[in-house]
Design a protein around this ligand. Structure first.
Ligand code: 5GP
Length: 184
């Protein structure tokens, strides 16, 4: 397969620096809410947030229990299909009533995060539910939702790398990039 070199939007070093800052801010926020023997429940949203979740939890200064859910909404397009497919929302019952950090790759239309927040609130009645997203694309918002913490705000462009894909490619890039010209 021909290798495409996507343009760098945020380098590996910029992402590392920002993730460290986020880890610190989120830890400070939760420290005052967590009891002595309590862990923060971190729920990463697969597949897009798998790398960000892995890096962020290593920057946290609070004990964490790591969980994942899996959502699919883009298919092979660069436009959200607006149909949320949730292949796996199973979470353990011991997260009930806890402090929960939901970790997204990007809040775009906001549909996915709004759906997940509602699902978690209804099913698990968390004492706190906080949303962190690596990227925030506010210009495309369709529902009223804002991440409590985010890494970078971006314009309306399609971003790949560092976990984010185009048709299941480019997730392994260690930076965030933008595909220029024809998407392939
Ligand atoms: P939503 O539109 O519901 O906020 O976002 C749904 C999902 O679409 C995100 O979690 C992400 O996986 C995907 N998505 C949104 N914008 C982009 C983008 O610029 N690049 C990639 N690769 N995925 C995106």
């Amino acid at each position: 397969m021909k290798k495409v070199k996507p343009k760098v939007l945020f380098s590996k070093e910029e992402i590392q620096k920002r993730t460290k800052e986020l880890g610190h801010e989120i830890s400070e926020y939760f420290k005052k809410n967590l009891q002595e023997d309590d862990s923060l429940i971190v729920i990463g949203v697969l597949k897009g947030a798998y790398i960000f979740t892995a890096d962020l939890v290593r920057e946290l200064d609070v004990a964490a229990q790591i969980e994942f859910v899996r959502i699919a909404s883009y298919g092979d397009n660069t436009q959200s299909s607006n149909v949320i497919k949730a292949p796996d929302l199973s979470l353990p019952s011991n997260i009930y009533g806890k402090n929960i950090l939901l970790v997204e790759d990007i809040v775009d239309t906001g549909q996915t995060s709004a759906f997940l927040k509602k699902y978690i609130e209804e099913q698990f009645k968390p004492s706190k539910l906080v949303l962190v997203s690596l990227l925030n694309k506010p210009s495309r918002r369709e529902v009223q939702i804002e991440p409590d913490f985010y890494g970078f705000e971006i314009e309306d462009k399609f971003v790949i790398g560092y976990g984010l894909d185009f048709a299941e490619k480019y997730r392994e890039l260690d930076y965030l990039g933008e595909l220029e010209g024809r998407l392939s």
